[in-house]
Design a protein around this ligand. Structure first.
Ligand SMILES: NC(=O)c1ccc[n+]([C@@H]2O[C@H](COP(=O)([O-])OP(=O)(O)OC[C@H]3O[C@@H](n4cnc5c(N)ncnc54)[C@H](O)[C@@H]3O)[C@@H](O)[C@H]2O)c1
Length: 415
């Protein structure tokens, strides 16, 4: 109380001196300054003592240090469709997870679901960052002790990539380079990379094996292939453990209905077949358009390999477990079985219970008749096989989530 009063008096005298414009150092003022410095030092010391006594001061973030028996995985793009399912599986398997996402395409709602399921300290943290910001990425790596990276973050629509190729080369190729550099600088030794069957282009022979030449035909596939090449070149002189997983067409959602696929409405036009099927079932679009009925396939429509997201994330966990320093593993992740678009549409009608209107149109240029994987390598080397291979069942599970989340993650409700 006393010192406060004195300070007020002193500051009044200081003010009047400066008003007078005199260049004069009052000896009283000098001692005041010394007093203030002393007081500031005392207060700082007090704050430090109080902070040190606080239970959280001496406990660094559990994410910042390595802990024996705990594997800390950085999941980039963890707010997105596949990344959120992967983060969920990792958390269920007792991994420590850091999600980095710029929410450009993903959903904060997915992160909230995960945080509610795993609220314990040291399980899950979310960092809102754009991977194109190299400084921010390096800061994240210097402040966290990662054991491995699962790099899902990407823009991922073939159609959009043909309209805006530079976005794809930046977001996929350049950002992968940035992540790799940060891993190298900060000594993170395991990378699981999300690649795609789009890197193969239009192979002449089916099924596609890992030996099938990669000749991508659109910027999305090319950007992913370039990212793969960068990783492989870097790896030649590194002891990093690298697993490259080339996914086929991903469908489905968490069987227990906690997570789903909720792409931005504005991306609908570039969307994938399952999204179109659900949009048609909800009346958002008038019906489905099947392009091409005269392909040399059994029913004349295109053949694709649909892999359930639950199987896909299982492949990631197996890849992580089997990743070895200095080694690269490249694997197709598909069921090995092709399904026609007609078959898919029928499964969709059955799963949604909606008699969808289907227009059969001429072929779309650039579509290829058949694409399906040979999953022998991943089965033999990682002991992985697709289990959720019932198309109707995968779509039924995904539809259940869609019905309960008409507006995606924002306002859960039922119809
Ligand atoms: N969905 C498929 O059928 C499929 C098939 C083959 C490969 N893939 C690959 O799987 C990965 C995940 O795909 P998805 O279907 O979950 O897509 P998605 O759009 O649902 O998720 C991608 C996530 O990455 C985030 N992201 C994008 N750019 C970012 C950036 N610069 N910084 C930080 N975060 C960023 C988005 O916000 C989003 O949350 C992608 O690499 C994609 O190429 C997907």
């Amino acid at each position: 109380m006393l010192s406060l009063n004195r300070t007020r008096t002193q500051s009044r005298s200081t003010r009047s001196m400066s008003l007078g414009g005199m260049d004069y150092v009052d000896p009283k003022k000098k001692s005041n300054v010394v007093g203030k410095v002393f007081m500031a030092a005392a207060l700082t010391a007090l704050c430090i003592i109080m902070l040190k006594r606080s239970p959280t001061f001496n406990t660094p973030s559990p994410f910042a240090h390595y802990e024996p028996g705990v594997t800390h995985v950085l999941v980039t793009g963890g707010a997105g469709y596949i990344g959120s399912h992967a983060a969920f599986r990792l958390l269920k398997d007792s991994y420590r997870v850091t999600i980095v996402d710029n929410l450009s395409r993903g959903n904060l709602g997915a992160i909230k679901v995960l945080q509610e399921l795993f609220p314990e300290p040291g399980r899950l943290q979310f960092i809102y960052t754009d991977l194109g910001d190299a400084k921010a990425v390096h800061r994240i790596f210097s402040e966290n002790a990662f054991d491995a990276v699962m790099h899902f973050a990407a823009v991922a629509y073939v159609g959009e990539s043909t309209m805006d190729p530079l976005k794809y080369y930046h977001n996929i190729t350049s950002n992968t380079l940035g992540v790799l550099e940060a891993m190298h600088t900060h000594g993170v030794k395991t990378l699981i990379y999300s690649s795609t069957c789009a890197t193969y282009g239009e192979p002449e022979k089916m099924p596609i094996t890992e030996q099938t030449p990669q000749k991508p035909i659109n910027p999305y596939g090319k950007a992913k292939k370039m990212a793969e090449d960068i990783i492989l070149d870097f790896h030649k002189n590194s002891d990093m453990a690298v697993m490259i997983l080339r996914y086929f067409n991903v469908i489905g959602s968490d069987p227990e209905g906690r997570l789903g696929e909720a792409p931005r409405p504005e991306l609908r036009e570039h969307g994938r077949i399952s999204g179109a099927c659900f949009d048609a079932a909800r009346g958002i679009i008038p019906g489905l358009k099947v392009r091409g009925t005269d392909y040399k396939t059994e029913d004349g429509t295109c053949i694709r390999d649909y892999i359930d997201v639950t199987d896909l994330v299982d492949a990631h966990v197996k890849a992580l477990e089997k990743a070895k320093p200095g080694k690269v593993g490249i694997y197709n992740v598909g069921t090995g079985r092709g399904r026609s678009v007609k078959e898919f549409v029928e499964a969709c009608k059955k799963a949604t219970g909606v008699p969808l209107k289907v227009d059969y149109l001429p072929r779309r240029p650039g579509d290829y008749a058949e694409v399906y994987s040979d999953p022998t390598k991943i089965r033999t080397e990682l002991n992985w096989t697709a289990k959720y291979t019932n198309l109707h069942e995968s779509l039924r599970v995904a539809w259940r989530w869609q019905k309960a989340h008409i507006n995606g993650y924002s306002t859960p409700q039922s119809i």
